[in-house]
Design a protein around this ligand. Sequence first.
Ligand code: PMP
Ligand code: GLU
Length: 391
Amino acid sequence: MDIISNKVKSLTPSLTLAVTNEVKRLKAEGETVYGLAGGEPDFDTPEHIKEATITALTEGKTKYTPASGLMELREAISAKLKNENGLNYGPTDVVVSTGGKQACFNALAAVLDEGDEVIIPAPYWVSYPEMVRLAGGKPVIVETKESEHWKITPEQFEEAMTPSTKMIIINSPGNPTGAVYSKEELEAIAEIAASEDIIIMSDEIYEKMTYGETKHVSIGSLSEEINNLTITVGGLSKAYAMTGWRLGYTAAPPAIAKAIATIQSHTTSNVTSFAQYGALEALANDASEKFIADMRAEYDVRRQYVLGRLKAIRGIRVTEPKGAFYFFVNCVDLGMKSQNLADKLLSRHQVAVVPGAAFGHDYGVRISYCTSFEVLSEGLDRFEEFCKEHY
Ligand code: PMP
Ligand code: GLU
C-alpha cells in the first residue's frame, strides 16, 4: 500500500517558491545571481505597522483570537471593502487567513465537491490548479491569448462551461501576466457566471498595483446578484510588503463565509494574534496610503524601464502589463521549453526567472521587477545576450 495519498501524489511543489528559495540559497553561498523571479515586494514593511505589532506583543496580545480573526480587524476589512471596492460584505462575512494562499484554499474547500469543475484562465498563478485538485475539484484550464492581453474572453468562458462547472477563478491584476480586467470585461464574465449560478473566486491580492490610467475593479461590486456569487480574496502581503506575516482574507456570501470559518476553525485557527494587530494598523493608519503610493510609483518606473528593454530584444514577445509586478515574456520563437530555458539562463548567465510551466504556459518565462535597477539592468543585459544566442 502506498503511504502517500493519491490526491497528494499528483501534486507538484510550488515552483515559484522553489525558484525564489534557490536564488536565496545561491546568494547565501556567495554566488552572484540576478534574481528576476521573486514574487514579493523588495520594500520592507512600514515602520508604523511593525511598531503596532511590537506594542501588541508587549501588551501581551499573545493568546488565541477568534479563529476567523479579531472582530475589529474583520470590521476594518469589511469597511475597506465597502469604501474602496464598493463591495458589500459584513464583518462576519470576512475570515482572516494565513495569507492569501490559505484564503484561496479555504474558498475552494468550502464550495467544491468531488469532480466539480473550476475554470482557470492560463497563464494562471501556480497554486490554483493544485489547490483545486486538493479540494477534490477538477481544474479546467482555458488558455488565454497574448492578443487578448492574456484575458479570458466571454466566448472562451462559455465554451469551457459544462454541467459540472462550479466556479471560475479571476485574478485581476494577475500573476504572472499583469493583466487587469476592465469593468466591461468583468461585466461580461459576471453575466455568464450569473446565468448558471457559477461561483466566482476573485483573487484581488494585487489590487493596489495598477499603473497609468488602469483602475482595479472588484467583480463583486457589479451588482448584488454577482456579490452573492463572489468570494473575494485579498491580503496584505503585496500592498503593505508583508509577505512573511501571512495575512490574507476571504469575504464571501454568508453561507460560504460560515463554511470557510468552520474549515479554518478545524485547521489553522487564527492568524498569529499580534500580526493581526499589525494588520489593523496597516488598514487604519493613513501613512499606509503614502507607502503604497510611493511603492506603486517606483514599480511603475521599473515597469516602463523593463518594458522598453524587453521590446528591444529580438526573439521574444511581450505585452504591456497593466498591474501586479511581473512580465510574462513569450519565448516561443526561441524554441526552448520554459524549464530548459530557465535552467540554462541561470546556469550560464546567472539570471533567475520563473519558467512558464509553473503557470500553465510552456513557452514563456515570468520576469519580476521587485528588485533594484542595478539587478534589473544587468539581468536584462544577460537575458538579451541569451536571446541573441538562441534566436
Ligand atoms: N494569489 C496570487 C495571485 C499570488 O500571486 C499570491 C502570492 N503569493 C497569493 C495569492 C498568495 O499570497 P500570500 O503570500 O498572501 O499567501
Ligand atoms: N505569489 C508569489 C509568486 O508567484 C509568491 C510565491 C508563492 O506563493 O507561490 O511568486
